[in-house]
Design a protein around this ligand. Structure first.
Ligand SMILES: [Zn+2]
Length: 322
């Protein structure tokens, strides 16, 4: 690359290899956690069918709303979780919020964006109940992230200045045969957001499941759009250890370690919270500082609980807040 001016040098230096902040905390603390991906249910067919843990086969520990909520909250507390983004059936989410108002960030779930009542969402936000939009799973409805039907929800998230959590993941194995006939893996390609993001520069988007398995595409999207974050929900307790290392380790190697947030996505298996936290805490390819960023600080910055730390070298142009 030829450099033609001082401005170019400054600009290019801002895009040089990401540097860790000089003033890193002395001893990274991996005991505190923010879980950006949890679900509440009022009822669930899997409870009726007593579906065991899909990884361990463990018998279901909770088969109704109250027992599931209590078991999930207990798992959060024993793992040091300070905040948890809970989405699912809205009434159930609000009951979680009532039970643990200090812990719960209430997210409004949707799959088909055309079924959303935007006036209702504005009212819920104004009343202080709605704190995030998502989990949004248009992929389950065969709707791509860049489908025009998604525009109103992107615009609303920007207007309300709330996080938007978008599911990008193939879903359960065989999903198209077990209740999600329109789900397609290719609709989870993170690059389908590349035209959306510049149209909505204030959007506080995080990609749930980090767009697995599209590692290269995700790196390209995150590089080009420094404001977006991801969570590793479901990956951290369902992928093989080797695949989690390839994907999560690959993201960190590419310099994205400060924009990856912990998520469990426990669904109807509260013990998945323990499995997910353990997978991060025991990852030998992450430093203690990277673990503490992923488990807590990255989400704390995304949620504006902690100030953003500049990443550009001193004196160089900062890009967008990260
Ligand atoms: Zn999901």
């Amino acid at each position: 690359m030829r450099l033609h001016s001082l401005a170019t040098v400054v600009l290019v230096s801002a895009f040089a290899a990401p540097a860790w902040p000089a003033a890193a905390p002395a001893a990274p603390d991996t005991s505190r956690v923010i879980d950006m991906h949890l679900h509440a249910f009022a009822s669930d067919l899997r409870w009726e069918a007593r579906v065991g843990n899909p990884v361990t086969g463990q018998k279901m520990v909770a088969t109704d709303e109250a027992a599931h909520r209590e078991a999930s909250l207990a798992a959060l507390r024993r793992n040091g979780v300070a905040k948890a983004m809970v989405s699912g059936e809205w009434d159930a989410v609000l009951r979680w919020k009532e039970t643990a108002s200090d812990l719960v960030i209430a997210g409004y779930s949707f799959d088909d964006p055309e079924k959303l009542d935007l006036a209702f969402l504005r009212r819920e936000h104004a009343a202080g109940r709605l704190q995030a939009l998502g989990e949004g799973g248009p992929q389950y409805e065969g709707i791509a992230p860049n489908d025009p039907r998604m525009e109103p929800i992107y615009a609303l998230a920007e207007e309300l200045d709330v996080p938007l959590a978008l599911h990008l993941h193939p879903g359960p194995p065989g999903g198209a045969y077990i209740g999600f006939p329109k789900a397609r893996p290719s609709l989870g390609d993170p690059l389908l957001l590349e035209d959306v993001l510049p149209r909505h520069p204030k959007l506080r988007l995080y990609i749930m499941h980090a767009g697995w398995p599209y590692l290269e595409e995700l790196i390209a999207l995150m590089w080009a759009n420094p404001q977006i974050y991801v969570d590793v929900g479901v990956l951290d307790w369902t992928l093989t250890a080797a695949e989690l290392e390839r994907f999560l380790g690959g993201l960190v190697k590419a310099g994205m370690g400060r924009r990856i947030m912990f998520g469990s996505d426990q669904m109807v298996w509260p013990e998945a919270i323990d499995m997910a936290v353990a997978a991060i805490r025991s990852a030998d390819y992450l430093t203690e500082e990277q673990k503490s960023d992923i488990l807590y600080h990255n989400a704390a910055r995304f949620l504006r609980l902690e100030p953003t730390v500049p990443v550009a070298p001193e004196g160089a142009m900062e890009t967008l807040p990260r």
